[in-house]
Design a protein around this ligand. Structure first.
Ligand SMILES: Cc1ncc(COP(=O)(O)O)c(C=O)c1O
Length: 492
């Protein structure tokens, strides 16, 4: 049982600074030794340079992203086969512009997670008694560093909704209390907030976001809403915000919003499901009470990886949804959360390799390039389709997704009253995966551009949407796309 105390201590210790090679200023944190399958990737990272973004990246690190996997395929994903060697040829190739939906796992993460799973099966008792905690702590420390937080203030959870569920179930709501959230909040998060309100006789209030949206309009919406509530009675116990909204892809000015809510003594929980892997993060500075982000979205970590950051002064009141063996050691947030029973921790153990992969790629460099591609894609598609972006280019679009309005079908192709199922048509007819949705009475597409996407993917989407909507080949939009291809042959 002292393992729980060890966990708390390992998280407190500082990393050994490079200028103290002898370790005289310690004690410092010493990570467990790499497993052989992790070491193979370490060697690979040491020898190779990252490939060019786009198709090379896709071939080497997302070889499974093909649309379907032949039943007999059990590919060796380790670097031993070298990522340069293509896997068995796929029966089709999908143009994947839907990373924001469920992510896609990078090869090192997938490989290492599979190997962890086998390691666990080789010696289940030793694995759970001896191996698990030191390696989980190592994952937690490495992710904490990536998001600019102290490891003691973070815990690993399986996904954003589980992290948020812990917060919803831990805050004490009384009849008449309120939780507030924007109307553009991810629907499942609204459902979770709704359920905790219903249990306590509290109320979920949604704030309508004004469009066209700007940083100022968002802050005004919130201030006006809170002023209106001041005379209504009942205490607002929590504000729930998204860092990047979904599916609308709006980057909210969370730092300013946190300040506005804190001025009125309202704690803030931020859903950063899309944030790690798209935005530079400094969670310790952000000062939100709670912040949750998925690893399995933009960081391309295996599914089942998320991080919950809890500000120090909120930690004593926060418990996991499932309380197990760590409960008696409740002075430590990590001890309460680290053990969730006999579950499969292989994804969380591979979180570490995911972070190493991004260190090798260069986090800033990669998110910057992906955001530039999204910007380019938005500009070209708006021009070709003669429509508009949901949010004007600026601080609130500084990410790797764009929400672009779909043109109406070409005259006479459809009567306009029937919705053309573009998502299904694009996948079945052209092999493009991308989500379409209706928002405030208009149809939109949300384009995600990750490290494996390239300009050609966006141009293909542009042409195929025009084609699916019945635009003749003489239409100006095709010329715009062709010109964009010729003028922009520079790689991104
Ligand atoms: C904004 C937002 N919040 C929460 C979630 C839920 O993530 P998960 O299913 O990993 O809990 C999503 C998933 O797409 C999302 O887009």
């Amino acid at each position: 049982m002292s393992a729980y105390i060890d966990v708390a201590n390992w998280l407190k210790l500082p990393d050994k600074p490079p200028d103290d090679q002898e370790g005289n200023g310690g004690p410092y944190y010493s990570p467990p030794e790499n497993q052989p399958f992790e070491e193979m990737w370490e060697k690979f990272f040491a020898i190779h340079k990252p490939p060019a973004f786009g198709s090379q990246m896709r071939q080497q690190f997302f070889p499974l992203l093909t649309g379907n996997l032949p039943a007999s395929t059990n590919p060796d994903l380790s670097p031993a086969t070298t990522p340069n060697r293509p896997l068995p040829s796929p029966s089709r190739r999908v143009t994947f512009l839907a990373h924001g939906s469920y992510g896609a796992t990078a090869r090192p993460s997938l490989d290492v997670a599979r190997q962890w799973s086998l390691t666990m099966e080789a010696s289940p008792v030793r694995f759970f008694y001896e191996t698990l905690f030191p390696y989980l702590v190592r994952s937690q420390r490495s992710v904490a560093k990536l998001v600019g937080a102290s490891p003691e203030d973070c815990v690993l959870v399986t996904n954003v909704e589980v992290g948020m569920g812990a917060v919803f179930s831990s805050i004490l709501l009384h009849p008449g209390d309120k939780i507030v959230a924007f109307d553009v909040t991810y629907q499942a998060v609204l459902f979770a907030a709704q359920r905790s309100c219903e249990r306590a006789g509290a109320e979920l209030l949604t704030m309508r976001m004004t469009f066209p949206v700007t940083k100022e309009s968002v802050l005004t919406d919130v201030r006006k809403f809170l002023d209106g509530q001041a005379s209504q009675g009942g205490k607002i116990r929590l504000a729930v915000l998204q860092h990047i909204t979904s599916p609308t892809a709006i980057v909210l000015p969370v730092k300013d919003l946190v300040r506005v809510f804190h001025e009125r003594d309202i704690p803030v929980m931020i859903d950063g499901a899309h944030a790690i892997g798209q935005l530079p993060l400094a969670l310790a500075d952000l000062n939100a009470d709670y912040y949750v982000s998925n690893g399995h979205k933009w960081l391309c970590s295996p599914r089942g990886t998320a991080i919950l950051h809890v500000r120090r002064d909120q930690q004593s009141g926060l418990n996991p949804l499932v309380a197990t063996w760590g409960h008696p050691y409740s002075a430590s947030l990590a001890a309460r959360f680290i053990w969730q029973g006999t579950a499969d921790y292989s994804a969380q153990l591979a979180f570490y390799t995911t972070v190493r992969f991004w260190e090798w790629l260069g986090y800033e460099r990669t998110i910057k390039r992906n955001a530039e591609l999204a910007r380019w894609c938005g500009r070209v598609l708006v021009d070709a389709w003669e429509t508009n972006l949901l949010v004007e280019e600026g601080e609130m679009t500084k990410c790797s997704m764009r929400t672009i309005r779909i043109p109406p079908p070409y005259k006479g192709v459809a009567d306009g009253s029937k919705e053309i199922p573009l998502g299904d048509i694009l996948f079945a007819r052209y092999g493009i995966e991308v989500p379409f949705f209706t928002f405030r009475d208009a149809r939109w597409v949300r384009v995600s551009t990750h490290m494996y996407n390239e300009k050609e993917d966006c141009l293909l989407l542009g042409r195929c949407v025009l084609d699916a909507l019945g635009f003749p080949s003489s239409h100006r939009g095709y010329t715009v796309l062709e010109t964009a291809r010729r003028e922009n042959n520079s790689r991104l």
